[in-house]
Ligand binder design. Structure first.
Ligand code: XMP
Length: 184
């Protein structure tokens, strides 16, 4: 796996430090919530991020899971929710957690679906954002890192199912980099 990596753009140490800050911010928002927080994580890319984030949260919380099929901005094949663990978010404080905000299709879709269910509050948190691509009207409440517009892998993010277990956020060697392809 290491041999496929061209360069690391966010190291594991920087990720860990930033997650501590992000968890503090989430703690300030929801620390006094009586019912506790509902985190909705978008699978599969957010698995490692959400696991690290929630273990630093001091308040009561539940987790919901959603899988979105993604065709990277294709208009003819819009993103679709293909799985939901159906946590009841009505009247609850909800934080959506995703790995990366790229074109914004995924986050917009999940935001709309959860807003429809009438939560008490709804915020969004992404580990990475590609500011060159992210739509200006879609601003997550919490962003870990802004990154350049390259395909990144590691720390939960995959190419063709691989590299999720690589501990840093990295770019693959030229020739191994994908043209964007469907993935869930
Ligand atoms: P959109 O375009 O909907 O994309 O904001 C969000 C989802 O697409 C995946 N994605 C990536 N996955 N490296 C990846 O491994 C990337 O550079 C990348 N860009 C987008 C990801 O699943 C994200 O939730």
């Amino acid at each position: 796996m290491q041999a496929d990596i061209d360069r690391i753009i966010v190291s594991r140490d920087r990720i860990a430090a930033r997650i501590r800050e992000m968890a503090d911010a989430v703690g300030e928002w929801y620390g006094n919530s009586e019912q506790g927080l509902i985190i909705v994580a978008i699978l599969s890319g957010a698995i490692i991020f959400v696991a690290d984030l929630i273990r630093r949260l001091p308040m009561k919380m539940k987790i919901g899971l959603i899988t979105v099929s993604s065709y990277h901005g294709s208009r003819s094949r819009p993103a679709q929710i293909v799985y939901s663990s159906h946590v009841d978010v009505t009247g609850r404080d909800v934080l959506i957690v995703d790995d990366i905000l790229d074109t914004g299709q995924t986050l917009r879709l999940v935001l709309a679906e959860l807003a429809r269910q009438g939560p008490a509050s709804l915020r969004t948190c992404v580990l990475l954002r590609k500011p060159d691509k992210a739509p200006p009207d879609l601003k997550p409440d919490l962003v870990g890192f802004d990154v350049e517009d390259v395909f990144v892998v590691g720390y939960g993010l995959d190419y063709n199912g691989h590299y999720r277990n690589f501990p840093d956020i990295a770019v693959l060697k030229p020739g191994l980099c994908p043209t964007y392809r469907p993935m869930v």
